[in-house]
Design a protein. Structure first.
Length: 217
């Protein structure tokens, strides 16, 4: 178990962690798959693997149809993501309090950069983060640790003083692979693979996370 008092950098997943966007993204993923690759990816499979990124559901071989599906999914998100998503209760207040308490804050997401930045602007959160690492910034998304490692380099953070907060196994495994602490935010139901991921702390809100970390001032 990590020492919460040593943490000075918090990296957050976006979907299902800061934004309640799961239902929209699952439905958009399923509808897009059915339009281009009908029957290839059941709704339950997409729901179970929420957080890994839409490209995971597509055939590995590149093709015009695969590229068209990616473009359609991106367009759906750019047009509707920020309208169909909401900020979880207490998130903005919690982030502001953490920033006021001198924590370095970042986002590491498997979401696309343009979609992420548009949503952060729409919800008034863009100025709260020191770094945003999106899927285009890395060669491999979570559970690969590349995004976390890149974020730490960018803001001058050390693994022993960094924590990654997320809602899925991919976030927690990425944290483990990067050698940083992990926070499981339980806005949704518990994950079946929770024990395998081994989060350092499980919290039901940012308020509880702040209590775990304590006051740095």
């Amino acid at each position: 178990m990590k020492d919460a008092r040593q943490i000075d950098t918090l990296l957050f997943d976006l979907d299902g962690t800061l934004l309640d966007s799961r239902d929209f993204l699952i439905q958009a993923s399923y509808e897009t798959m059915e339009a281009y690759f009908p029957g290839a990816c059941p709704y339950d499979y997409i729901q179970k693997h929420f957080g890994i990124g839409f490209a995971h559901y597509l055939p590995k071989e590149r093709s015009p149809l695969r590229e068209e599906a990616l473009r359609r999914f991106f367009t759906l998100k750019m047009n509707h993501y920020h309208e169909k998503s909401t900020v979880f209760p207490g998130v903005i207040e919690g982030l502001k309090a953490l920033k006021d308490n001198r924590y370095k804050l970042g986002i590491v997401t498997n979401q696309q950069k343009a979609v992420t930045e548009k949503a952060l602007q729409a919800f008034g959160m863009a100025d709260l983060f020191d770094i945003v690492i999106a899927i285009e910034d890395v060669s491999k998304g979570k559970p690969d640790p590349e995004g976390i490692e890149q974020a730490m380099r960018a803001i001058g953070a050390a693994p022993e003083t960094t924590a990654m907060a997320g809602d899925s196994a991919y976030d927690l495994l990425a944290a483990r692979h990067a050698g940083v602490a992990s926070v499981y935010l339980t806005w949704y139901e518990n994950m079946e693979t929770l024990d395998e991921c081994g989060p350092d702390w499980t919290c039901t809100s940012l308020e509880q996370l702040r209590a775990v970390l304590g006051n740095k001032a």
